[in-house]
Design a protein around this ligand. Sequence first.
Ligand code: PGA
Length: 246
Amino acid sequence: MNKKIFAANWKMYLNSNESREFMLKVNANKDLFSEFDIMIFPSHTAISIVQDLAKEFDNIKIGMQDCDVLTSGAVTGSNSITSHKVDSCIVGHSERRTIFNENDELIKKKLNNCLDKIGSAILCVGETLDEKEEKKTFEVIKKQLSILPDQIRGKNLDIAYEPVWAIGTGLVASKQYIEDVLSYINNLIKELYSVEDRPNIRLFYGGSVDENSVEELSSIALLDGFLIGSASADFEKFKNMLNKMR
Ligand code: PGA
């Protein structure tokens, strides 16, 4: 079983002080946290704190949870992909799609900005419960992936399959279900990109991943990593997940 990437989406769970405390514990468990490829997406205000406390770790990358559609200008309260020096940025998360009414057109612009400016992004896709019950999963994912750029040479693009009904609900999608969707996504990628460019794309799963599900899901061959919300913002839970995968 190959080792999976752990991408921690801290959402609005940890303030700057709590982020610092979390990273101090990571440093106190250096052996464990050095064994895995880890990405951490803190609140914007905690990015530099987390970066500073991760500097001893070559394997820990830091990203933004979202960015503005513009790269600079008069946008009060916003952050552009160039506001912080980061390794990646999440775009199209379902919370942005629903709470902030972001559509595919806007997400496409954000994605292109990330790929142009920092050469990296995580694009989230996934169906709602209604869409799942109406058997529209593939249709929804195909539409959400229709914004992918023609060229990804020299870029890193992570596609996170995150069924909306699994996010923050405790309902993890079954292994078989994830395998089916990832193989659908993989086939779309094969149609879009050349053999040389395909390794630039990694596939993640997100939705209620925790220490109880991580082991079983890790056996999914097409899966490169996990995008984890609440269990990644709780130090003991994060540690337990890594310990399970050692
Ligand atoms: P969850 O969130 O692990 O809390 O379900 C995942 C995500 O939203 O990326």
